[in-house]
Write a protein that binds this ligand. Structure first.
Ligand code: ADP
Length: 294
């Protein structure tokens, strides 16, 4: 269990990236969902000992994440948002190098660990190829391999599916789903489907604040019967947005389809739809933005 209590961070330029963030994160897949600029990376980097918080606490099974940095680094696997690789080095050589840094001093043991990881992430056949020629998906799978060196108990992946095509994304998420049961895995993302597909628990954050935490399914059920859908024309959109609580608008076949939150049918022509995590997410963001504007 990872516990985070009242974690706050203000950058020197005055941006308050984390505002008393409190979360309990059990083992398994945890989705940290929020728009760009919400504070996800700030939180991930703090937990990964790469930057300091101003105040608050964080601990993993008794390890003080904010003070006991050497202990954290022994149990941590981290795939940063901007994971760069050396383009002229082969996957096998670079992974071998990372394994040496992680403390695998015995050559034979190290090459066994590297081989097992390359197989796990399905890069064994291309292990001799230079990383510069890898696709985005291959590079992210390499990123997971390096994060898993040394069987970490806390795995942090920051926006890992941004920029992957649907097939690569699926492959990557399946790989994440296979990480051990006794590991805390935090998946930070702005993509709602990443959380829906994979995470048994989640939190939604915006402007450094936790808006909601719990199980995606429960959060979805709490909206049951309150999401209404209508296909409208583009001219109507602004009016509908003024009159009703519009959670989302997406174009289907070139026409806007709106989702509206309301306890009863808001207007003629609206039909009830099953709520999804996207409705939960946009519902939370809409409410939070309204409260900030008030
Ligand atoms: P996310 O990962 O959710 O996109 P970030 O944690 O990167 O969010 O950013 C949160 C806020 O903090 C943003 O307003 C961002 O501009 C700001 N920020 C992030 N890193 C820095 C930094 N090193 N210095 C100043 N402001 C920063």
């Amino acid at each position: 269990m990872l516990t985070i209590r009242n974690l706050s961070k203000t950058y020197p330029n005055g941006v308050q990236a984390l505002k008393a963030v409190t979360l309990d994160i059990p083992t398994g897949m945890f989705g940290l969902l929020g728009p760009n600029g919400a504070g996800k990376s700030s939180l991930m980097r703090t937990l990964a000992t790469l930057q300091e918080a101003d105040s608050g606490e964080a601990s993993l099974d008794g390890i003080d994440l904010l003070r006991d940095k050497d202990a954290v680094r022994r149990v941590l696997g981290y795939l940063p948002q901007d994971f760069g690789v050396y383009p002229k080095v082969s996957a096998e050589d670079l992974l071998n190098h990372f394994a040496a840094l992680k403390g695998y001093v015995n050559r034979k043991e190290r090459s066994e660990v590297v081989a097992a990881l390359l197989q796990q992430v399905n890069l064994w056949n291309v292990r001799k190829q230079k990383l510069g020629g890898f696709s985005g998906g291959m590079r992210q799978r390499f990123g997971i391999a390096q994060a898993l060196i040394g069987s970490p108990r806390l795995v942090i992946v920051d926006e890992p599916t941004a920029g992957l095509d649907p097939e690569e994304r699926n492959r990557f998420l399946n790989l994440l789903a296979e990480i051990g049961e006794n590991v805390v895995v935090i998946l930070s993302t702005h993509i709602v489907e990443d959380v829906t597909d994979l995470c048994s628990r989640m939190a939604i954050i915006n402007q450094g604040q936790v808006l909601l935490t719990g199980e995606p399914l429960e959060a979805i059920q709490s909206l049951d019967g309150r999401i209404w859908r209508k296909v409208i024309s583009k001219d109507e959109l602004a009016d509908v947005q003024r009159r009703l609580t519009v959670l989302s608008t997406r174009l289907v076949g070139g026409r806007p389809v709106v989702h509206v939150l309301a306890d009863t049918q808001p207007e003629a022509g609206f039909e009830p739809v099953a709520a999804g995590l996207e409705d939960v997410y946009f519902g939370q963001l809409t409410r939070h933005r309204a409260s900030l504007a008030a």
